[in-house]
Design a binder for this molecule. Sequence first.
Ligand SMILES: [Zn+2]
Length: 243
Amino acid sequence: MKKHTVSAVAGFLAAAIALCALCAGEVLLARFMRREPLPTSASETEVESRYCVVIDAGHGGIDSGAVGASGVLEKDINLAVARKLEALCAAAGIDCVMTRSEDRLVVDDSVRERRKMHDLKNRIAIAKAEESPIFVSIHMNNFPEKRYSGLQVWYSKNDERSRSLAALIQTYARTFLDPSNSREIKRAGSSIFVLDRLDVPAVLVECGFLSNPDECERLASDSYQTELALVIFSGILEFLADA
Ligand SMILES: [Zn+2]
């Protein structure tokens, strides 16, 4: 079994430094460095993690996902946030794998029919190929009414740890992105295929609403995408510290 040791604090600092190097997010970094102290289990102990974080950028290729008011495509924002999350995990020494790193469906070109279903099954297969995966799917929300906004995390009913991971990410989003975000985590039903078919810690993060013009503009910005990645990363890190 592949195991490695992750110090939560060292991991956080390494990732924060990497973040600075990546995007010069000094204001953001200052905010995060003023954060509540990590729980004792995370701040004073070395955490042995055998998990691999499977980062799933939703949609891709011919499947654009939602289209924002400005014409921005969900698939592109999903991938941008996923790449930043990958960089943070790598900087912290946490194993991670991407279901896709390019603008494409996760399906072989030779497959002609039901490509979207094969795409979803392949994403699940990538997670199941890992010995101890944590599945984190990244999406943007969309709704006919423009007024709705805010990040919301869905969790798989098949593994009770999914709820904990979702709650951590939701709490970090409320603390660091928008204290007025009153959204609660939600248990996914069968309509969210990937969460329904995985029996490992699995969440889907709806990062915000592309149908809300103000939030759409934020979601499309590089700096906000970095904040999203850091919020998700912080949830993962605390989850690993307690695992
Ligand atoms: Zn989506």
